[in-house]
Design a protein around this ligand. Sequence first.
Ligand code: ADP
Ligand code: MG
Length: 251
Amino acid sequence: MTAQPIVVVDRISKTFPSADGRGSHRALDEVSLTIDPGEVLVIIGPSGSGKSTLLRTLNALESFDTGTITIDGVALADRNTNLNHLRAEIGMVFQHFNLFQHKTALENVALPQVVVRKRSRAGALERARKLLDSVGIADRANHYPSQLSGGQQQRVAIARALAMDPKIMLFDEATSALDPEMVGGILDLMRKLAQGGMTMAVVTHEMGFAREVADRIIFMDQGRIVEQGTPEAFFSAPAHERTRAFLDQIL
Ligand code: ADP
Ligand code: MG
């Protein structure tokens, strides 16, 4: 039996009103893609090309105007779909961590398990300790986010997402806000997750990571997927002028 894609995005478009309220801006323009179980999809493209909007539509943080998204066989736009149930299956890691500031690292990882997954407090705490250990910050369990470096906060955020046992993990520029010396450690964690078989969609400007870890790379520009391919094909022979221009700038 061939595995079905876990994510199917079919011709979704999304328009935002422009800032002056007089016009509109198409952030996503007929975007279609699939993600297979265990696949690592890396999404790259210039600022404003729609990468974050695309990730945000995948876990229903953002609505879309037309098209369909199906996650593990469940249609997002279906009125019967419980979006909170669906979101619990999708871990998301943001550029700015988005931790609960008034909770310790341990509580950040434990609480969502109790609230969303209805686990016992003791069970959630035990799992949280294990996860903090696995992301390398067991010794920071009782620190508040303000007492942690950016890299440590991002480790907590990753542990928190993993605590939900998500079917897929979304990373939106997870290393862009970090001091340079913190970036490698977070990329190592992401690489470990990928090697462990996690299904991932990763927006990043880290081309070394993309080349090494991606199964497939998508290049977006102006709300569209301009091209996609294996890292080898993508970096050695990009088919489109816009892709070449972007890679020339960034590499
Ligand atoms: P990227 O992540 O590739 O930088 P985004 O998905 O954040 O791009 O944005 C795509 C386009 O949609 C941009 O032109 C951006 O200004 C616009 N946009 C994104 N979010 C909003 C919003 N909430 N309201 C209005 N415009 C938005
Ligand atoms: Mg973005």
